[in-house]
Design a protein around this ligand. Structure first.
Ligand code: ADP
Ligand code: MG
Length: 715
């Protein structure tokens, strides 16, 4: 095969035909560049060989076994077959078992040695390993230390992907110009060159190689992010916004069921000063405040100002559940004020969607609440005056360019971002720069502190007893699990034992993940057959999620087992107990969000964080949760302990701005790197403001891609 270049089409890699190329394209892999940037999501540490005698039931691991006798295949019911292969290592015997793979007969030769990877099943008196992965082992020839696990798609196996990535790595000429990180930046950041980093990420020999490679790509992302944000910021300065007249806010406040707190009044007047600014600079403000402090009503006040001035307003929420809830709350309030509002989410029927879009474009409809469908779905406004986004750790900046495109008559709408997670000041300054921040730093009267406890497995029975007691008293319970289904299986059916990309040298251990599906089934069928237990997770259809949530809101469900889909904004005042399983897996700010789902009504509320992690950092973090209910303190501590990675996470920890990037969320990139990335970006832009110099070509491409993604469908 002739030498490949980064721009070479994947079809020129040996082993890639047109069917495979089409499958790869579904994952965004079209050329050598995108193939090499298809990073593993985790690794199996197969170089760490265990002894069979030490293996425990259910353990997944790597074993070095020698075949004892020729394999035997037997027929089971119907067409099923089972092939059994007797093998041994230095410590004991075992049997490898393969179902419906009679050709395995011819694979294993008596006396040959294999490195196998699979799950150990202890039977009385013997050890079985079902459908292990196997690699022939020869004295003196080293097998790869880590096996990468790639995100896959139909028709593309992990083995295949590993092979073609290897081929691409071995046959691609990489020059210094191919590295999108300019040399001075790379040197300043102490980041590895592209070629070494690609090897380190795809076929590391050691953890430190893996870590160095990962750090380089994380830095590259931070730096690209910094450039993208800086470029967007520059674009924005030239904008002109609509100038509102001050209006009679008593009319608005008189329709509320409560009186605004001092903090809320202050925030509303800060908003008013922005939107009524005769300088016509569009507002760009974040309303930040702890969970439950009442940010929504501040946004509602801003919407009222826009409408009273003859403009349209939109409120965008990160999930359909949250958008529906905002809609329910706001339509009641605005109904009293004689202002019509509509809901536009993915599941809105097509005819209704069309109607809403028409009415927004004609100006007939003044207020809309929705999800990202609002920016991605070809929605046009007639006289847009205000966009409110209610987002979690997402970056308002990212949507701003997209929103600006919606401007009419040259006026850029005002933007208000409600941040459910109080973002530490240092980070806000770096990320948003010119974004003004209003703090709602006072809770509505009568709120109770949520008592928080960190417990381990030994409390399971007591905890279940407590759940029952709460349900019997008429309260409701949330249980959050980190995974949807039982541990992810790779293609060979083996599972677990993997090193996630979030792994950092020094992390102590990784307890087994609780899955919502299994957990819910067990609770419903075994533990609480007498209670109403239900399940909700991200893979369910939006309409299913909405109906579960609606049932929970009506009090028709006692115990709701879910993933973090309930994280943001859900408001059910009758819920009094939040349990988080594998609490070590969540960021502190995320835990704080989850905890904020309870204690929203008049009932005494609790939060129980369950974790079997013995890690020092994990314990320290959970202790922070138990000690304080102050979201700012928690966010600050999170930043100190974990770095700003959390703030880069979208729903379920996935990275917001791209499909194949490293999940920065789990990277725990540190604050120094982020600051450094911004400093480097500002130097780069000072020397080459539009990134047109030849040495910045690779960089310009990355930044373009970043801006594309972030202004497109972010959700
Ligand atoms: P968050 O800031 O977390 O988005 P919300 O805006 O959802 O909080 O408000 C939480 C709850 O507090 C809502 O039920 C809301 O009606 C109520 N609330 C907001 N402001 C006040 C207030 N000044 N007095 C009493 N209740 C309030
Ligand atoms: Mg909210």
């Amino acid at each position: 095969m002739s030498k490949l270049k980064l721009d070479t089409d994947v079809r020129y890699i040996s082993g890639v035909g047109s069917a495979r190329a089409a499958a790869l394209a579904r994952m965004g892999v079209t050329d050598v560049r995108s193939l090499l940037r298809h990073f593993p999501r985790a690794y199996q540490h197969r170089g760490k060989i265990s002894a069979l005698a030490d293996a425990e039931h259910g353990e997944v691991g790597s074993f070095l076994v020698t075949i004892a006798a020729p394999p035997k295949t037997a027929r089971l019911k119907g067409r099923m077959t089972v092939t059994k292969v007797g093998a041994f290592d230095e410590t004991r015997n075992c049997t490898l078992i393969f179902f419906n793979q009679p050709y395995m007969q011819d694979v294993f030769k008596t006396g040959a040695t294999y490195r196998i990877w699979g799950k150990v099943q202890m039977r009385i008196g013997f050890v079985e390993i079902v459908s292990p992965d196997y690699e022939p082992w020869y004295e003196g020839i080293k097998l790869p230390e880590f096996t990468p696990l790639y995100p896959l798609t139909q028709g593309i196996t992990n083995k295949y992907l590993t092979k073609i990535i290897r081929t691409a790595l071995d046959n691609t000429e990489l020059t210094d110009e191919d590295d999108p990180l300019p040399l001075p930046v790379r040197e300043r950041a102490g980041a590895e060159p592209l070629e070494a980093a690609l090897r380190g990420i795809h076929c590391p020999d050691t953890y430190s190689m893996m870590d160095r490679a990962r750090r380089r790509f994380v830095f590259e992302e931070l730096y690209t992010f910094a450039l993208g944000v800086s470029l967007q910021r520059r674009h924005k300065v030239e904008a002109t916004g609509p100038v509102f007249r001050r209006c009679d806010m008593d009319r608005f406040t008189s329709q509320l069921d409560f009186t605004l707190t001092g903090a809320q009044k202050r925030v509303v007047s800060e908003i008013e000063n922005d939107v009524c600014d005769p300088g016509a600079i569009p507002m760009n403000r974040m309303v930040s405040g702890d969970v439950g402090c009442g940010k929504t009503v501040c946004a509602a006040a801003a919407i009222y100002m826009a409408v009273a001035n003859g403009y349209q307003a939109a409120l965008m929420a990160p999930t359909a559940i949250l958008a529906s809830q905002h809609y329910a709350d706001l339509s009641e309030l605005f109904g009293r004020l004689g202002i019509e509002i509509e809901l536009l989410i993915g599941s809105t029927p097509a005819a209704k969607k069309r109607k809403i879009k028409e009415r927004l474009a004609s100006g007939d409809l003044r207020v809309v609440v929705g999800t990202h469908a609002l920016i991605s779905d070809g929605v046009e406004f007639c006289e847009p005056g205000l966009f409110v986004t209610d987002e979690q750790h997402r970056f308002g900046v990212m949507q701003r360019a997209a929103l600006a495109k919606k401007a009419r008559g040259g006026l850029t709408p005002h933007v208000l971002v409600m941040s459910a997670t109080p973002i530490p000041r240092t980070l806000a300054l770096i990320l948003y720069g010119d974004l003004a921040v209003s703090r709602v730093d006072e809770m509505p009267p009568g709120r109770q502190k949520v008592s928080t406890f960190a417990v381990d497995e030994s409390y399971r029975d007591r905890m279940n007893g407590f759940i029952r007691k709460q349900a019997q008293e008429g309260r409701q319970v949330y249980i959050v699990c980190p995974a949807i289904e039982a541990e992810e299986k790779d293609e060979d059916g083996s599972s677990g034992g993997i090193v996630g990309l979030g792994y950092r040298a020094g992390d102590d251990d990784q307890p087994r993940l609780k899955s919502a599906v299994e957990y819910e089934r067990n609770l419903r069928e075994v533990v609480f057959p007498d209670l109403r237990v239900a399940l909700m997770h991200g893979k369910m259809k939006p309409s299913e999620k909405e109906s579960v949530m609606a049932a929970f809101t009506r009090g028709e469900i006692d115990v709701l087992v879910s993933t973090t889909v309930i994280e943001v904004g859900v408001n059910v005042p009758n819920a009094s107990l939040m349990i988080v399983e594998n609490a070590e897996r969540f960021g502190l700010s995320q835990l704080h969000q989850l905890r904020g789902r309870v204690g929203r009504g008049k009932y005494k509320s609790w939060c129980i964080l369950v974790s079997d992690s013995k890690g020092k950092t994990a314990r320290e973090r959970l202790d922070v949760m138990c000690e304080t209910n102050d979201g700012y303190k928690i966010a600050q501590r999170d930043l100190e302990i974990r770095g700003p990675g959390d703030y880069f996470a979208g729903e379920n920890g996935a990275r917001q701005s791209g499909e194949n990037g490293l999940a920065l969320a789990s990277m725990a990139a540190d604050m120094d790197d982020l600051t450094l990335a911004f400093n480097c970006a500002s130097d780069t832009l000072a020397a080459d403001p539009d990134l047109v110099l030849p040495e910045n070509r690779g960089l310009a491409r990355l930044v373009d891609k970043f801006l594309d993604v972030t202004t497109g469908t972010a959700n």
